[in-house]
Ligand binder design. Structure first.
Ligand SMILES: [Zn+2]
Length: 154
């Protein structure tokens, strides 16, 4: 699991365009949702690991998204779409991480085989957190200044 800052920074750069402005918050939520749902339960109840492992799986996230979207009557399909793409970005990054034991069970409950590409250990993204924060801050400041100067000159 890359850390939440790495997931959020990735989501930020994918959704920064103004054309995503209305619903991008759901993408941001989806980008961190698998970890913010699974990790606290895993930390509080480590003895139930084999049960809580199902939370960080595509099937659980799809079911959770469908349930969550029921709270939105008017733009439910947008919520589903943005949440699922955010979750997809999360799982895409997780796919590149190495694990000492099994990785993630992408096809749970149909298969207990885990699969990962394994390019980096979990510590690497944590070391890069200051870089992500600087990049996001620099991008945001630049875009806001650009917007302000465009407004002043027109
Ligand atoms: Zn994760």
């Amino acid at each position: 699991m890359p850390d939440l800052v790495t997931h959020t920074a990735t989501a930020y750069f994918l959704m920064r365009s103004d054309s995503f402005q209305r619903f991008r918050v759901f993408f941001y939520l989806g980008a961190i949702l698998p970890d913010i749902l699974a990790r606290p339960i895993h930390i509080m109840f480590p003895q139930f690991y084999l049960y809580t492992i199902a939370i960080h799986t595509p099937l659980f996230m799809i079911l959770f998204t469908l349930l969550f979207a029921e709270f939105f009557q008017t733009f439910r399909l947008h919520v589903i779409k943005y949440l699922l793409f955010g979750i997809l970005s999360h799982f895409f990054l997780d796919l590149f991480q190495k694990h000492i034991t099994d990785g993630y069970y992408w096809f749970f409950p149909f298969s207990w085989r885990s699969f990962e590409i394994g390019l980096f250990w979990p510590e690497l993204p944590v070391r890069l957190v200051p870089v992500w924060i600087l990049l996001v801050a620099a991008t945001e400041i630049t875009l806001r200044l650009k917007r302000r100067f465009t407004r002043i000159s027109s």
